[in-house]
Ligand binder design. Sequence first.
Ligand code: HPA
Length: 265
Amino acid sequence: MQKNFSEYKPSRRILAKFSTGKFNFVKRAKIPLLGKIGIIGGGSLANLTILKKAKLKNILTPYGKAFYYLIKKKPLILRHGPKGDIPPHKINYRANIFTLKKLGVKFIFSFNSVGSLKKGIKPGNILIPTDYIDFDTLTFYEKNPKFITPQISEKLRKVIIKILEKLNLKFFKKGVYFNTKGPRLETKTEISLIKNFADVVGMTMAKEATLANELGLEYASVCSVDNYAHGLIKKPLSIKDIRENQNKNKKNIENIIEEILRTEI
Ligand code: HPA
């Protein structure tokens, strides 16, 4: 499959063939053109109340199968899968971004869990990144490179900032996101290196932002700061603490999503 379709070819005919042919586990894909907004969420979105009532759909893309929820005609993808069991290095980023493109999305609002690289940015805070560093980029264009100049959408950042102000949330309006590969956390030495260049560290956002840019989609993120990065404070870092803080930020994230669902761009 990858052999013939390793490049993005935005043709409905090809996708329809893929969705109906040998792959009988996926029904013929109807491709409704939905609202222009799509959402991608991480661990802190699993079990959200709004997802309980939403329809879970699947679609077969040239990159593999993807799942999405439809809420008020806006697609929402849980990058760790509907059961939350896909670790960062196994996420099918290309299938997820391709799905949003096929569904007519133009603007992606993403939610990402991060570790803080600065003592002043505390667990429980929210940060809206302005840029990112990623030395392990994924691409739709393996064979015929497309030389995009990636960026976070300023237009979407402004929408997010307005929503957060409306909700009276405290947040950092800017910052740089450093994307590590995962699934392991970083070493102390890696953190002391990258903290000179970035404000938060995570495993997912930059991959999605680059792929979205390649398909001409605008992308911005709400980062939930769920821990201090390894070695930044004396207390040892544990995944349990990260999960606990993700849960603490959940209500805020849910409120932000509800506002995004009411937004038209
Ligand atoms: N490192 C990488 N990814 C993360 C972290 C971290 O400290 N916290 C949440 N996601």
